[in-house]
Design a protein around this ligand. Structure first.
Ligand code: SD4
Length: 349
């Protein structure tokens, strides 16, 4: 019996019996998700944003080899953080308005219900590993700025210049063309397309149904110094519940923070929605909220969610079409199209 069907039946009864029974129905749904075994051969599964093809491949192999799912997704994400050609993650990430690279990251380990996160971290190219270190070596969740750097250095991380020639050139070009109307102008690739979804979110479920996730980014290009986005905020950029699933985001962080997106996706899945449906429903909340905000406060920029559940079902959705994601299953590693709310308008990022 699918979680959806059993929930519907249960809800019928709970409506008749009132609030107490409704509470029980919620618990019953959780139990269905946790207790219905994944179909044979459907696990492990690793999902990520489009730039994570190598990351999902690495994480999948590691999980198959017996690694913990969090170690696996962090090893996968480290590949993208180390890559100077990915200009919105780690080394080579686009800097803030002062020309300094400030990184945000978070991680969650489902089986032990722990989380770690780091905001506005300078000089360390693997913020996801620092987030895990905070999780492993302290009883805190989030460290930012100077304190986060001190913590990383004390644990043997190397201080490095993260600005590459390429990212410095783009920053200088942005500065040269700055006008009084500019807030955030996305950089463009060689073909003139805006570079947007460079942040990486990667989530995995292993063969035993244990779940983990990570999110890592250099944030919005040329952001105000000290600006922290959604990526390191547990519940917004990333959320994992070992009984249900995991979700994470890329895109316009401020819009996502307001709907506590990753947590909302997981809660929709807990209530029986498929991963894709849960992502779509959360994006609709963003659209509703952005409609009510004054125009200058935030236009509708793209946001995407990537979700998996405990049974190895997966899905992703974006506000605008032509957004893709990466997936690794027993059928192989590939990129797929996200579901979307609107066709991508010309020039949209
Ligand atoms: C942020 N969500 O800092 C990140 C940026 C991003 O595609 O994902 N860009 O708001």
């Amino acid at each position: 019996m699918s979680p959806k069907v059993s929930r519907r039946n249960f809800l019928k009864k709970s409506t008749a019996a009132g609030m107490g029974a409704a509470l029980i129905s919620h618990m019953a749904v959780e139990n269905v998700m946790a207790q219905t075994p994944a179909p044979p051969g459907s696990l492990p599964v690793v999902i990520s944003s489009v730039n994570g093809l190598e990351a999902v491949k690495k994480a999948f192999e590691m999980i198959k080899g017996g690694s913990d799912p969090l170690d696996a997704v962090i090893a996968g994400v480290n590949i993208v953080e180390d890559d100077p050609n990915d200009m919105t993650v780690g080394y080579g990430g686009l800097p803030n308005e002062d020309g300094e690279v400030e990184l945000d990251a978070s991680c969650m380990h489902g089986p032990t219900c722990r989380a770690g996160s780091v905001g506005a971290l300078k000089f360390i190219k693997n913020p996801s590993t620092v987030a895990k270190l905070i999780m492993d070596r302290s009883n805190r969740i989030m460290l930012v700025g100077e304190g986060a750097l001190k913590f990383a250095l004390a644990h043997g991380f190397k201080k490095e210049n993260l600005l590459t020639d390429k990212s410095r050139e783009l920053w200088l070009k942005w500065k040269d063309n700055l006008s009084t109307h500019d807030d955030w102008e996305p950089p463009h690739d060689k073909e003139g397309n805006p570079i947007t979804h460079g942040t990486i979110n990667c989530n995995a479920v292993d063969a035993r149904g244990n779940i983990a996730g990570v999110n890592s980014t250099s944030g919005m290009a040329f952001k105000v110094a000290g600006r922290v986005g959604d990526s390191p905020i547990i519940g917004a950029g990333l959320y994992v519940d070992n009984e249900v699933g995991a979700a994470g985001s890329t895109g316009h962080g401020e819009a996502n923070i307001k709907v506590v997106g990753a947590h909302t996706v997981v809660e929709f899945m807990r209530d029986g929605a498929s991963p894709e449906e849960a992502c779509v429903r959360t994006l609709k909340r963003i659209v509703e909220m952005q409609k009510k905000a004054p125009k200058w406060w935030g236009e509708l920029q793209n946001v995407a969610y990537y979700a998996i559940n405990k049974r190895g079902q997966f899905g992703a959705a974006a506000i605008y079409g032509e957004t893709r994601y990466a997936i690794a299953t027993r059928e192989g590693v590939r990129r797929l199209e996200c579901a979307y709310l609107f066709k991508k308008p010309a020039g949209a990022n």
